[in-house]
Every structure is written in C-alpha cells, then in structure tokens.
Design a protein. Structure first.
Length: 486
C-alpha cells in the first residue's frame, strides 16, 4: 500500500488538511493505497506554481528547446514502460495486453505528435497598401494561452490525460492536471518523469480529488486558470462550462456518447463481427467511442446476433496478466452498481437477453471485484432507457432495419453525437452516410482507427471544440495579429 500524493511545483506534497481517501483495485477490491485529496490551498499553490513557470525558464525556451524536452519525456515514459503499465493496471484492472498495446504507447505518442505539429505550424501573412500610399505587412503570431486546467476521465487515464497535456505543453502553456479520483496513479507517476528530464518546476502539476467541493471545482473556478479542457460525462461538462463562463474562459469538452454501428447486408460479415466485438466489449465497454447501439439490416440480423453472442461468450474475465483474460472488470464498485442497475432496467423494460445480464461467476479471490457480464439485448423500442442513455459498460442493443433512410433516422435520434461505425461495401452509401450521420467521428468498415493529426471531438451534447494536430492549436494558443507599416 502506498500514499498517492499531489505533485506541485516539482515536489510531491500531502494536503494541509490530512484528508485522504481509499484507492482500491477493481480486480479484487484490495486496498492499493491512500490518495491525498487536494483542498483549496493545494489547488491555489498548483495554479500559482503554473503561473510563475510561465514567466520563468519555461516561457523563455524556444519552440525547438521546448519540444526537445518533451521528446525526452517520451523517451523516459518508454524507458519506464513497465512502471506505467503496472500503475495503469492497478488503477483500472484492464488486461495487460490492452494497456501495453494502447494506453502506454499512445500516452507517450501523444507528446511526440504535438512536438512535431508545433514545430511545423504556420500562420498567415498578407501585404497591403495603406491609405497614404505606403505598405504594411500583417501576420499572425501564436502565443500560449496560459495556465490550462486538465480534467481527466478514468477509462483511459494516461492516454486521455496526455492527449491534452501534450499539446498544452508543446504550445508553451503550463498545466494543472486533476485526474479522476478513481485513477490517479499514472498522472502522479508522470511527475517523476518531468523531474527526471529537467522540466522546470511548476510546468506540470497534479492535484487529486473529486469534483464538487473538491479539487475539481476549486480548479475550474480558479480565476488564474486561462482555459479548461475536460473529457467525461455530459453532466459534469455542463458544470465545467458554467464555471468557465465566469471570467469568459474557453473550454474544450469531449463528453458522453451513445454511439451506433450500422451494419448493412452487403458488408464483409467477418470484418463487421470482429470490429463490433471490439467496439462493444473492449476495455469492458468503458470507451467513450464504444458502441452501445447496433443496427443490422434485416437479411443478416439473426446471423449477426448469433455471431456476436458467440463472440461475447468467449470474453473470459480474469486477472490482468493472465494470458487467458479477454475482459477486465469495471473501474469501481460505484460504476459496477450503475451498470448493473441499467442491466436491471433493460429486463424491466422487456428486453430479450441474448447473453449476459448479470455478474460472472468468479473464483473466490476475485468475487469482490467489479465484474459484470458482457451483455447483448434485442427487442426493445428506440425509446427504451438502455437505447437512449449512455451505460459505459460491455453491452449493446441490436435492432433490425430495412432501409438506409430508416437507419440514419434511428442513428441520429439521440441527443449525443460522438462517433459511429458503418459497415458496407457500397462506396456511394458510405460517402453519403459519412455526412448524414450527426457525429464528430465516422468510421467506415473500422473502429478506433485514429490519425492523431486529424480533428477529434463530438457533436450535439457530445462536446464542444476539436483537438488533434493543428486543430488543438485553436484551443491551446492565442492567435495574435501583428501589423507593420513600412
């Protein structure tokens, strides 16, 4: 068992109040350590340190010098790969094969992609005649926005934190990170990396805690925070947007989703089954881009349901480092209770349970973990709770459809608009649907395929703003116009 401390101004610190909370392993509910909850004094100190670093050596580095330091962060994360892997798995319980191929490599890559981006970013320049017959040159200059508050989710803790921390630091900002209370370990460990590579004090800070009346609300309300970026549920995003309005501070929000997969009869059936299996069950369904609504064209509906059921029943739960493990637990007892409540709701509303719907029978040493069964439903109307509300678990409802127009209407009839996946070999149909479906990301015959240079974000109640490649610069920098008369 360890103490998980805050990281402020280059040092690990306890909180003044002595307030702590338990961090438990979701695999077996064993106690991992005690997390020191940051109060207002710690948040004030972190923001002050970040503000001072902007005026200190960090602010005086050239773009190339700054990027070289961040490239060293990448190297150090990779050198300590096993440490980050252990920390991520202890927090989340996810299978090692998943964390080692997605979370840690992408966590490091998120720094590299943005150092490459900022070194090659350009702005416009125009020449004009002035009224007195002389000339002037107008050009754009990008400057750091300032102190960025980064509020992180628990499903992909390192990956989604560095997705924001990478561009923020590459652009010359300083950051105060508030990881999820459920998954504080990798953000805290990254402080050691920052110190190892010689990152100036105050550039990277971490405050642990909760949202309301804790580190989250203290940080988002802080007047010296210049921008707030958040990934998480829409209700929390609404509160953060309200906090950002005080002081007219920009927010970047990637929020909830109720993502659909559209499977047409002309699809490559095996590709569709294999891909939807991933999009529904990977990371125990705890993926913001995951699929919870599956629409299958009627001629292949029964065949698809049967094949996905067979896949779901091969998702063996177990310990993270067991090679036989195909699915891990949910992140916490709180989330397990929520997901099981939605499973009950589906039964109450008349769902046909194709498979799952409860808790798997686990060995005695794992029975107290946060386990749920991979679950498939059919037979519900589009108004049913589990068809309209985000669940964030390893489950989906499969609905038949007949026409393209019908399925587009069903896919769009939801307040969320994050992502969708379309399976068809008709190129014309694929191109039509990519513009007709109201989402920020649309995959054709694939899922979770990402080029980090491209825009990422949601439509409708799934978010505001876009991050990724040059699009991140719109949030993490201020674009200033300079006019020179000569």
């Amino acid at each position: 068992m360890t103490d998980i401390l805050n990281f402020i101004n280059g040092e690990y610190v306890k909180n003044a109040s002595g307030k702590t909370y338990e961090k438990r392993n979701p695999v077996d509910n064993s106690l991992i350590g005690m997390v020191h909850e940051a109060g207002k004094p710690e948040v004030d100190a972190a923001v002050a340190a970040a503000r001072a670093a902007l005026k200190g050596p960090w602010g005086k580095l050239s773009v190339v010098e700054r990027c070289n330091m961040l490239d060293a962060v990448v190297d150090e994360i990779n050198r300590r790969f096993d440490d980050f892997l252990q920390a991520e798995i202890a927090d989340t319980g996810k299978p090692a094969r998943l964390a080692s191929h997605v979370d840690i490599p992408r966590g490091a890559a998120n720094f590299k992609i943005f150092t490459d981006t900022i070194k090659n970013a350009s702005t416009e320049s125009f020449e004009m005649r002035t009224p007195d017959g002389k000339a002037a040159r107008s050009f754009g200059v990008r400057t750091p926005r300032g102190v960025i508050a980064i509020i992180c989710p628990w499903n992909l803790p390192l990956l989604l934190m560095t997705w924001k921390c990478g561009p923020a630091l590459a652009c010359g900002n300083t950051v105060v990170v508030k990881p999820s209370e459920a998954t504080p370990s990798t953000a805290t460990l990254l402080g050691e990396v920052m110190n190892k590579v010689g990152m100036p004090k105050g550039v990277y800070n971490v405050v642990n805690g909760f949202g309301v009346d804790s580190a989250g609300s203290f940080l988002t309300a802080h007047p010296d925070v210049n921008g707030i970026t958040f990934t998480g549920e829409t209700k929390t995003g609404t509160a953060i947007m309200k906090a950002g309005a005080d002081g007219i501070r920009p927010v970047s929000l990637e929020l909830g989703g109720k993502n659909a997969a559209l499977v047409f009869a002309d699809c490559d059936f095996q590709v569709a089954i294999d891909t939807v299996t991933r999009s529904v069950f990977e990371n125990c369904g705890q993926v913001c881009l995951g699929t919870e609504r599956v629409y299958v064209q009627r001629p292949i509906f029964e065949k698809f349901v049967s094949a996905l059921k067979e896949k779901a029943e091969t998702m063996t739960p177990g310990r993270p480092f067991d090679p036989a493990t195909r699915i891990g637990p949910l992140v916490s007892k709180i989330h397990q209770k929520k997901v099981l409540g939605m499973y009950r709701k589906a039964r109450d509303e008349g769902a046909t349970i194709v498979t799952g719907g409860g808790v798997p029978d686990m060995p005695d040493d794992l029975k107290d973990g946060c386990w749920v069964q991979p679950t498939i439903w059919t037979g519900l109307p589009e108004t049913a709770t589990v068809v309209t509300e985000e669940i964030f678990g390893p489950c989906c409802h499969i609905q038949p459809f007949d026409t393209e127009e019908e399925v587009v209407n069903m896919a769009n009839n939801n307040r969320y608009g994050l992502a969708t996946a379309v399976f068809t070999q008709d190129v014309s149909r694929a191109m039509r649907l990519s513009t007709e479906i109201e989402v920020g990301l649309c995959w054709i015959n694939s899922w979770f395929l990402r080029d980090l240079r491209t825009p990422f974000g949601g439509s409708k109640q799934s978010g505001i703003g876009r991050e990724g490649g040059l699009h991140s610069l719109e949030f993490y920098t201020e674009l200033r116009n300079v006019m020179v008369k000569y």
